[in-house]
Design a protein. Sequence first.
Length: 497
Amino acid sequence: MISLDQHLPALQVIVPMLSAPLVMLLKPSGLARAAATAASLFAFFVAIAMTIGVLDGNTYTYRMGSWPAPYGIELAVDRFSALLLLIVTGASTLALLAGRRSVDSDIDESRQPLFYAAWLLALAGLVGIPLSADAFNIFVFMEISSLASYVIIAGGADRRALPAVFKYLIMGTVGATFYLIGIGLIYLMTGTLNLADMELRIHEVADEAPILVAAGFITIGLALKAAIFPLHVWLPNAYTYAPNPVTVFLAACSTKVSLYLLLRFDFFVFQGNLVNHDIQFTWFLMPLAVLAILIASGVALFEQNIKRLLAYSSIAQIGYILLGASFVTLAGLTASTVHLFNHALAKGALFLAVGCLATQVAGMRLADLGGIAKRMPWTAAAFIVAGFSLIGIPGTAGFISKWYLITAALEHGTLGIALVAVLVISSLMAVVYIWRIVEAIYFAEPAADLSAIREAPRMMLLVTWIAALANLYFGLVPEVPATLAASAADTLLEHLP
């Protein structure tokens, strides 16, 4: 008898992809929303099932059409990709559950089925990237997710999203083109697109110029997709002007998937085959990580728009992830991977709280939010919990990440002490910019009469608190993400010489 478990990797991507055209045809919009949410929830349950399986020692591979790799398309799930699948499907599901009010206010009812169809395509693309074991199919899924993301970002009522999407489109296209050029050069030299087969063959031509050029193209292309400083300029406006549910979804997982791909590709293909590549990797990424942490946090200190402020905070948090990875050690890669998960929790909860505020207030500038906590106490409290996690207060998920990062940094002597100082300074900066928001919503004078303002809709508030409490739960019980992260770090380091 064929077990359903064998088909879970395929179901993970096929269900949202095939649901998209169905959702597009559904009327009224409530039916389209329910179908999209059901497809996302199914994908989330599949991700949970595979995570439980890989924690129990199972492996998941699926050969499309029964063709063996490297001749056919293979989907594979290990502990690293399982963590990403949890992040992507969980973020999508929570954003859809909480987003009904925002979507109804921002998008005409006649266009909502198209919006939800594009959402499912973005979800299918984002889960397809960590599932795929083939470099070209990764590109295909990357383009599916990118094209659908452009649609859902520009789908709201704010016309400022259009130039933001245009900038995102240009930079995303450049990034994808660079990645494709790199893949083409590697295929030219090795004759394969399967990552495992590529790793075996590339050492024979590792000193050839096309391979070195390919490494540069792929790294820069994925850095553009991941919004690594200074290639981040598309991100602030995209997050700021997108509909609030879209910001929740993309802020929690979009850049994380690109960072995952950068780490996986580099460690699987280049680290063990290019001479001194680990040193080059460290000294290329570490300065960019430090600059991202300090400069983006500094910009956030002065931002007046709450969504834009949190967008710059995300750029700084990407710096944390890169900093851990740049150590090229077990402790550093574990810290980096843990922060992939924990930052998704914190930033997802923060943007959910922002979405709650947006149901009652038109503007998202700090001056527009004066004293609103008096009328929306539960929303404000959820924001504080998520803010504590972003800062790294003990007892929250964010503290676990920073503890791992500090431990990894201290393995590097004097340099490590300097990096710990950077982490402490950036955490203090996070205290300041989160406090600016708290001060506005609790203590500032209202810009207008607040008597008409009510607490956010119950479903939206419930989902926000689920995300906020998850930050506390995984801060007190971090075993699952920590175990997955440690195993992911082991998997990456196995490919070093």
